[in-house]
Design a protein around this ligand. Structure first.
Ligand code: WT7
Length: 632
């Protein structure tokens, strides 16, 4: 199932055609799958009305395309190698037949618990094959899965369960990542205290840590599976039925539940994976993300299975038990296609190069990055040290909302440039806008990145909040999808993402809303008001800088910082902990009471010579106090 594009000229031609007639392009992609009923209409709706639909009238089940479709020819092929946290844990591979069987069994388990089409199921699990099994079993019965990254706190889990009214939670007793134990069941129990809608909890045993048990609510995965039948007929879904909800942070308020639907998402993730990675049937493809993020949904679970590939589910971290782990795993499974984050690369390039050189990386053919801008130094290191100078690098730009990759080189086809996501994939038409809502024409320009035409993988809504969906993505530039990113288009028409233009931070590739962190810090009884900004961080890309005013003297700022850290970890997640805090006498505010983050960003970055106009501040003197103050 090689990509249908094999040269740069062909890319240009296909891209042009796909823009002129997007319906023909996507229809052809959709036709490669098994459908119970063909669609009546390829595409309808518009950005203006926020009612985009693809393949309406079509009926399918995505898991039949992920699993059943491959059984005749590839039943014995490995779908997933499992690489556990402990490198010495025995090998475990799941073939397509075995995965199919497990998914069917678990689908029967879910149905026996009364879960059915349209019901929401929360998944809060370790990175073992069971997270994929749980996810696919939901899809098989038509239940809408909502995976919550296992690094999120009890409160974040509860918020997400409540927002979509999930009636079941699937979790583990605990998980181990590196040397850390995360007591998932204990965290779940805490979350469920405020989630009366959850009637059933299925617990998959992983660590064997002590857990509490609520009779009548909690059941063991292995007990339920022991009696489950391996025959399961997949629920026939409408193309536009929701497949899953995944929450993502924005500049204001609580995380938004992005809704992705069955037919369009399937078509989109499958074809983008094939095009970008140019991956073939004998390849071993490894994406190091977590299934709790969109990268894991699209390019660990759905995309690779739709393409019948062999993938890897990795439970550990790049640093465990040593900083050579990723390269050791590449050698062990003879990985051909490798997809990771710039943060991981930046962290690993600081380590002794022998960790790389001790491994045989000659199987590698294509290297990918995702989640944040990659700096040139990291790009070159990845290219030279990992790719040995002969693996194309695909810097893939996309978002939770886009479902799949949008702007990216196609491996070996698109000439690359360090730091550039390069050119749009077929079917994708980007543009740059100025602040007045005009499209910026020509090359060597910079502006806000928008997309001009609907594509099948795009978010269909914010769960339960159409107004927020419209306001965030479609109302700023009517007729366009607004990405929230700034972008440069260079003299060759190549795109380089410059980072968010809204109050969203990208810390180690994780998207964090400044408002969410501020609200968490405001919960501290000594804090009056907090203002969060990002600043350049050499490993994380962006670090979290928290400025705050307090209602009393802070005698021990280091201890206070620890309290703030713990609070943020408890309310959101350890990933949102501030890297630096600074207690200030006042925050720079305009007369209308708005915090001027622009100034705080400059101070946080150490660029205090160039603060711009401060005359609109109520009290410009606070700025000097902040510059003179100390951060911890
Ligand atoms: C934001 C989306 C895409 C899956 C993982 C993150 C940033 C993403 C790149 C890239 C520069 C990138 C953008 C985007 N981003 N990929 N290749 N180069 N920036 O998904 O959590 O929804 O975050 O990540 O700012 O808007 P997400």
């Amino acid at each position: 199932m090689q990509s249908d594009i094999t040269s740069f000229d062909e890319y240009k031609k296909v891209h042009q055609q796909s823009i002129t007639d997007k319906e023909a392009y996507w229809e052809q992609k959709a036709e490669t799958f098994d459908w119970h009923r063909k669609w009546d209409k390829v595409h309808s709706g518009s950005f203006e009305d926020g009612n985009v639909k693809w393949f309406e009238g079509g009926k399918l089940n995505i898991t039949e395309n992920c699993l059943d479709r491959h059984l005749d020819e590839h039943g014995d092929k490995v779908a997933f190698h499992f690489e556990a946290n402990d490198p010495d844990e025995g090998p475990r591979n799941l073939t397509y037949s075995e995965l199919h069987e497990e998914v069917c069994k678990f689908a029967n388990v879910l149905e026996s618990k009364g879960v059915g089409k349209g019901d929401r199921v929360a998944i809060y699990m370790a990175m073992t094959p069971e997270i994929a099994i749980a996810t696919l079993a939901c899809a098989r019965i038509g239940a809408v899965h909502s995976i919550v990254f296992a690094g999120f706190s009890a409160q974040s889990l509860a918020d997400r369960i409540q927002d979509c009214d999930a009636e079941m939670l699937i979790t583990n007793d605990g998980l181990e990542r590196g040397t850390k134990l995360v007591p998932l069941k204990e965290i779940s129990d805490k979350a469920l205290q405020s989630c009366p809608m959850v009637n059933d909890v299925i617990v998959c045993q992983r660590v064997g840590n002590d857990i509490d048990w609520e009779e009548g609510r909690d059941e063991w995965w292995h007990d339920l599976m022991a009696n489950a039948s391996a025959d399961h007929e997949a629920e026939v879904m409408e193309a536009e039925d929701p497949l899953f909800i995944l929450y993502t942070s924005g500049s204001t308020g609580k995380p938004k539940g992005q809704v992705h639907t069955c037919g369009g998402y399937m078509t989109y993730v499958s074809s983008t994976l094939k095009n970008v990675f140019q991956v073939g049937q004998d390849d071993v493809y490894w994406c190091t993300a977590d299934a709790g993020w969109i990268t894991g949904h699209s390019y660990i679970i759905y995309g690779p299975l739709l393409n019948g590939l062999t993938g890897i589910i990795f439970e550990s971290t790049p640093m465990h038990p040593n900083p050579g782990r990723l390269w050791q795993v590449c050698e062990k499974y003879e990985v051909t296609h490798f997809y990771t984050s710039p943060t991981a690369i930046r962290a690993l390039m600081k380590e002794d190069i022998s960790y790389v050189r001790d491994c045989d990386l000659s199987s590698l053919e294509v290297l990918g990055t995702v989640g944040e801008p990659i700096n040139e130094e990291a790009w070159h290191w990845y290219d030279e040290e990992i790719g040995n100078g002969n693996c194309p690098i695909v810097d893939t730009w996309w978002q939770t909302e886009t479902g799949g990759m949008m702007i990216s080189p196609m491996a070996g086809i698109t000439p690359t440039k360090p730091g550039y996501a390069t050119l749009p994939l077929p079917g994708i038409e980007p543009a740059l806008m100025d602040e007045d809502g005009n499209e910026i024409e020509g090359n060597d320009v910079q502006g806000n990145l928008v997309i001009k035409q609907p594509w099948p993988g795009m978010t269909r809504g914010v769960w339960g909040n159409h107004e927020r969906y419209m306001n965030t993505y479609f109302n700023k530039y009517p007729g366009y999808y607004f990405t929230g990113d700034g972008c440069r288009r260079d003299e060759d028409g190549y795109y380089r993402i410059t980072g968010r233009v809204d109050d969203v931070l990208n810390v180690s590739g994780h998207r964090l809303g400044t408002a969410e962190i501020e609200n968490a810090i405001d919960e501290h009884n000594k804090v009056v008001e907090a203002a969060i900004v990002g600043y350049p961080h050499d490993v994380k890309g962006e670090g979290v800088f928290a400025f705050m005013t307090c209602n009393s003297e802070i005698a021990d700022p280091e201890a206070f910082k620890k309290e703030i850290d713990d609070l943020v970890a408890k309310i959101i997640s350890p990933i949102a902990k501030p890297d630096k805090i600074q207690i200030v006498q006042g925050l720079p505010k305009t007369r209308s009471g708005k915090i001027m983050r622009r100034i705080l960003r400059k101070i946080a970055a150490g660029e205090t010579d160039d603060l711009g106009d401060t005359s609109t501040l109520v009290d410009p003197s606070v700025v000097d106090d902040i510059i003179d103050g100390q951060a911890y």
